[in-house]
Every structure is written in C-alpha cells, then in structure tokens.
Design a protein around this ligand. Sequence first.
Ligand code: URA
Length: 216
Amino acid sequence: MSAESPKNVILLPQTNQLLSLYTIIRNKETQRSDFVFYSDRIIRLLVEEGLNQLPVEPKTVSTPTGEVFEGVKFLGKICGVSIIRAGESMEQGLRDCCRSVRLGKILIQRDEETALPKLYYEKLPEDIASRYVFLLDPMLATGGSAIMATEVLLSRGVKPERIFFLNLISNPEGISNYHKKFPDIKIVTGAVDRGLNESKHIVTGLGDFGDRYYCI
Ligand code: URA
C-alpha cells in the first residue's frame, strides 16, 4: 500500500517478517503468551517507525578508529499517552526504546445511555504541550476513542504536528473519520484492514485485542 498510502498514513513496510507476525496474532488458535510475545514485536516496530518521524539535528562524534562520524541526534522530548485498557499494552514497547519515558493515560468508555464515547479519566504529563506525543491504541476501528483522546491532547496545548497515533491494525473508515478531524496528525500503522463488521470490529482483524492480550 505504501506507494498509494493516504497522506499522513505511515504503513510499516509489508515484509514477510511482519506478515508472519500478523499471521500469528490474527490466528484464533494462538494462545495468550504467543499473542503477547508477537504483538510486542510488532509494537516495537511501530515505536521505532514513530521515532523515525521525529526531527533530528546534525551531530558529529569521534570513533575509536580515530575517524569522525557525521551523525544526527533527536531534537525535543517525547511522551506516550495510552488509551486504557488496550493501549497500555504498547507502553512497554515505548519504554524499551525510550528509557524513563513519561507516560500519560486516558480512559474513554462507551456511555451506556447515549452509546457515545465518554471521557472518564485523564492523567497527562504537565509539560505535554512541549513534547512529541505517541498516542497508543492497538486497534483503529471507528476512531471514536482516538478522536476523543486527541481532543484532550489538543486541549492541553499539544500541536497536531507533534502527535503520532500508533496502532497495529487500522481500516479505511477509521482512518477517514480520524483524518476528517485531524488531517495533520500522522497515523503509524502496521496493517490497513478491509473495514468494520456490524459489531464495529475490524475485519479481517484479530478479535478483541485487550481480551487477547490481557485475559484469554
Ligand atoms: N477493538 C478491538 O480490540 N478489536 C476490534 O476489532 C476493534 C476494536
């Protein structure tokens, strides 16, 4: 898909390696320990790709061979914000790449009276407006929760171009809903699936990510 990827959708390279990881986590026979292990490998790739999007400045170092290496270093600070509960599964992958990274959390649940997403809890780093933010939620289905979470980030002063929404599986409807509201926010995804079924689950999909990662 990468050649014709919509603007601001960054799809991980669809290598055989990545495909083999998705084959394991999509398989309904896969047991929880394998689901966690192989999801974590994909999460790590998503985080690395998110980091790849951040600006750098030149940095020159001397090597033990007496040579000079013209390299780069990252500019700015980052933080992660997970959408509870499934998004918390992506926190460790971020920590593995960014030691002592700050992490915020947002809880959004469906209001049983209105059937609309409702914000129940938010705890974000004080200085979040000065950071690059990785918004973490493994499944971009309708985009309702991600849209609400992003509104919270914007209300705290985070600029759209500093937000990166990382997910394992997305779909065209969710991407379009999200980008109608936030065209300048980059979505980093490992797979763009066919669509949503009548229960608003992603198809082809993998079922309920949070249940498979934490419970089943
Ligand atoms: N959340 C999930 O865990 N799975 C889906 O298919 C959609 C949303």
